[in-house]
Design a protein around this ligand. Structure first.
Ligand code: SIN
Ligand code: FE2
Length: 212
């Protein structure tokens, strides 16, 4: 079992709430961020990132892969969870460094079954959406930001309503739970090369979910 330092020195109260999403600014010290990135390198080695197409046939600008029992996938048939990577291999196990973030912030919930990894290159973004492919919305989605700054936009449960936004920085952790679990959210843009955590710049976002 690998331990992160976070358990000892970070207060478990959100720094900010944005559209009901709890944001823990600076939750992960740089040593923990580096550790998680190293573990993600192993995951990506086993299960390379890919750019899925949406139902309408548009290629997503983020690249993604996953670890855990399920990975998230999309093509002309729509969004869904899959037990295997597009190449047919099982998804690698969720690294224990990442599981310990869940253990700190979602200890009441069952273990996460999907660790979705999104990579944002220069110019990548993510449109407003709800995370609703899971069987139950009782459990939170825990989201870890690594690398370049990203502008997160959060709305309510109805598309097109009022939104608010916040810049997420490397080491910030956001928790979408309770009344905010189904809030629309998206990434408007990243500030390319604003962080030096990733050698080639860009942003990694890791979300942990209970699927079934
Ligand atoms: C997501 O909604 O899956 C990603 C959010 C983010 O990149 O911070
Ligand atoms: Fe999402």
């Amino acid at each position: 079992m690998d331990f992160l330092k976070l358990n000892e020195n970070v207060p478990l109260t959100p720094t900010v709430k944005v559209g009901g999403i709890a944001v823990f600014k600076g939750f992960l010290p740089v040593t923990d961020q580096t550790r998680i990135v190293d573990d993600l390198r192993y995951v990506v080695g086993q299960a390379p990132t890919f750019s899925p197409k949406t139902k309408s046939g548009k290629k997503m600008s983020v690249q993604l892969t996953a670890a855990g029992e399920f990975g998230w996938f999309s093509d002309h048939q729509g969004y869904r969870y899959e037990k295997r990577h597009p190449t047919g291999v099982s998804w690698p196990e969720i690294p224990s460094s990442i599981l310990s973030v869940w253990g700190s912030l979602a200890a009441h919930a069952p273990s996460p079954q999907c660790c979705l990894i999104n990579y944002y290159e220069e110019g990548a973004r993510m449109g407003m959406h709800q995370d609703r492919d899971e069987a139950s919305f009782e459990w939170p989605v825990v989201s870890i930001s690594l690398g370049d700054d990203a502008l997160l936009r959060v709305g309510g449960q109805i598309k097109g309503g009022k939104t608010s936004s916040i810049w997420l920085q490397s080491g910030d952790v956001a928790v979408m739970g309770g009344d905010a679990r189904l809030n629309f959210h998206g990434i408007d843009r990243i500030k390319f090369k604003s962080s030096n955590l990733l050698k080639n710049g860009g942003r990694l976002n890791v979300t942990l979910r209970v699927v079934t």
